[in-house]
Design a protein around this ligand. Structure first.
Ligand code: FAD
Length: 583
């Protein structure tokens, strides 16, 4: 049996290598249009930034190595230009590696064909977008071009698009001493996250000198003495030595479409559970296929390396005669922004709203490890779950240390269909340098379960000021904290001494709802328990406290302190939280 694989990176090479391990006698041909296979495209920004010094470290395997170790016939510089499904042949255009000139066209037959063409960076058709100093980043040659500009002494760069690749490029360029402006159409960076969770990143990026241009877009590009002038919709003009366009990736589905294969509703190639396309001899995997979102159950295009690798493996298993099924993609992802780490798994709140799914949410700001052990930093967690049975729907974490392990626990929990009650019961590794006896994951379970069991009720920052106008907002922190900042219009009833002032609070409340808050939500929860057990009605505590509130509307804090939602970097965190009150 002969298997031809188009595309020799994540999904394609996973399929090829797995197929060889399962079938020593399979004929396997990999056709890759570029000059490299099996390279680490996730590592490209880090070579530009200088963390990965050696370019060769990104080249995980050469065609020769793959031939010698796995017996795979890997042909670089081979672009497939059409698929003849009836004849089970592909047409291959061979290019000369050094200059890209066409050398020959030939037909390659197959018994099974695997499409692993990946995605294509979106390049909006804006005036001047073909300027030679405007780049996208997908391949080794793309990286080489950008790095050449940086090495040649570029001083100012504009990055357009503030998702993962854009953010990684901002940091890489900044590390190389380049001043960077970041432009994003949405009013937040990391658009897959909910806005209040990205708010800390805004502060953090600005703290590192990155120019943020949110809620606006590049309209046109023009040449000014060899440099690029970027004109934004809001009238701003930025002059750059290089521009990186990172506005998204679309599935590379043209070849499949031309071959008459069925596409999904989102433009990716449609595959069944076995990663088989509408042609039973053709499989597909990676960024080019449409997947089903684990939480919403809706079709989605999710371009991530983990799913691409696993799908490639599943393709091979099916070709080898097994019944191997992929399932769904939940979009677990993580990105570093200087020393701040942002991670997400499952659905965001906006995705749940779009899909009309009912949910509840909690926020918490636990420490990365025991507070008394040096170096603890706060992390900011948001947990989304089903209101009826507490099934986990999504999580976002922004912080410094320990974000990666918590998001992976939550990703596993979502995959396993676990509930917030299960999080309460998880037994996780603990010693003071690594965690807490009540790990942030347990804490998230406690807070969410308290809500579902009726032990606490929350009010939310987005309710303010509209839906809170008729209520009494009460700050329960101490006097110094209240003086430093408080929510506009909030009265001050510190937790310490609250019990003795209950009659006074009753009198001021006059039957109105009492909306409590503190810095992170713990002291206001204690106050909540005091009030509801003293016949107060309509009491709620601010979810996530002032820190989450600041992520929604910093300008609504009457403040003597900067209203940054999160500490600017790891070293600042303990001091910052001491200052604002680490409840
Ligand atoms: P690719 O890896 O893109 O491979 C597709 C290959 O097909 C390409 O080499 C292409 O040349 C070839 N090809 C296309 N058309 C043809 C044709 N007609 N004939 C022959 N060959 C063809 N994901 C993460 O999970 N974490 C990260 O940190 C992360 N960072 C990233 C950083 C960057 C800069 C980039 C670009 C991507 C990053 N990703 C990350 C995404 C991840 O790399 C992709 O999801 C993954 O590589 C997709 O694998 P794939 O096999 O579908 O496509």
């Amino acid at each position: 049996m002969k298997t031809v694989i188009i595309g020799g990176v994540a999904a394609g090479m996973s399929a090829a290598a797995r197929l060889r391990r399962l079938d020593e006698y399979a004929e396997i041909v990999v056709l890759e249009r570029g000059n490299y296979v099996s390279y680490a495209n996730c590592g490209l920004p880090y070579h530009i930034g200088g963390e990965i010094n050696e370019r060769e470290d990104l080249l995980i395997a050469t065609p020769e190595h793959l031939r010698d170790t796995l017996g795979i016939d890997v042909r670089t510089g081979h672009e497939v230009v059409s698929i003849d499904r009836a004849a089970r042949k592909v047409e291959v255009l061979v290019r000369e590696p050094s200059n890209g000139e066409e050398e020959e066209v030939y037909a390659e037959s197959y018994d099974n064909l695997v499409l692993a063409l990946g995605g294509e960076p979106v390049l909006p058709p804006l005036p001047g977008v073909d300027h030679p100093r405007i780049f996208t980043l997908r391949t080794i040659p793309d990286m080489d071009c950008i790095k050449a500009q940086v090495d040649a002494g570029a001083r100012h760069a504009v990055v357009i698009g503030a998702s993962y690749i854009g953010i990684e490029m901002v940091e890489a360029l900044h590390r190389r001493g380049i001043s960077v402006d970041l432009v994003e159409l949405q009013d937040q960076v990391m658009p897959l996250f909910d806005r209040e969770m990205a708010a800390g990143l805004h502060y953090h990026l600005e703290h590192h000198g990155i120019g943020l241009h949110l809620g606006t877009s590049a309209q046109s590009f023009s040449d000014i003495r060899g440099r690029v002038q970027v004109s934004l919709a809001n009238g701003t003009r930025l002059l750059a030595d290089l521009v990186v366009m990172a506005v998204g990736v679309r599935p590379a589905a043209a070849l499949a479409r031309e071959a008459g294969l069925e596409l999904g509703t989102r433009g990716g190639l449609k595959v069944d559970a076995n990663m088989r396309t509408s042609d039973s001899h053709i499989y597909a995997a990676g960024d080019m296929v449409e997947v089903i979102d684990t939480v919403t159950g809706e079709p989605a295009n999710i371009a991530l390396a983990g799913p691409a690798n696993r799908q490639g493996r599943i393709v091979a298993e099916n070709i080898a005669g097994r019944d191997s099924r992929y399932g769904t993609t939940q979009g677990t992802a993580i990105v570093g922004t200087f020393d701040m780490v942002s991670a997400i798994t499952g659905a965001s709140e906006k995705a749940l709203q779009r899909s009309g799914r009912r949910y509840r949410k909690v926020y918490l700001h636990p420490s990365s490890h025991a507070d008394y052990y040096p170096g603890a930093t706060e992390m900011h967690m948001k947990l989304l779950f089903a209101p009826d049975d507490g099934t986990l729907l999504g999580a976002q974490i922004v912080g410094f240390d320990g974000v990666d392990k918590r998001i992976d626990v939550l990703a596993t929990a979502i995959r396993a269909g676990m509930t917030v009650y299960d999080l309460e019961r998880l037994e996780l590794a603990y010693a003071p340098p690594y965690g807490s006896a009540k790990d942030p994951i347990n804490m998230a379970g406690f807070v969410a379960s308290n809500l579902l069991r009726g032990d606490v009720d929350f009010w939310y920052a987005e309710d303010y000021p509209g839906a809170t106008a008729d209520a009494l907002i009460v700050d329960v922190r101490d006097e110094q904290e209240y003086d430093e900042w408080h929510i506009d219009g909030a009265l001050h009833f510190p937790l310490v001494g609250l019990r003795s002032r209950l009659p006074e609070l009753h009198k001021v409340a006059r039957g109105r709802r009492v909306l409590l808050y503190c810095t992170v939500g713990f002291r206001s929860y204690l106050a909540y328990r005091v009030l509801v057990q003293n016949s107060f009605r309509g009491v709620a505590t601010l979810a996530g406290g002032g820190l989450t509130f600041a992520g929604y509307h910093p300008s609504r804090l009457a403040t003597g302190r900067p209203p940054e939602p999160f500490a600017s970097h790891a070293e600042d965190a303990p001091e910052y939280y001491e200052l604002v009150g680490n409840a």
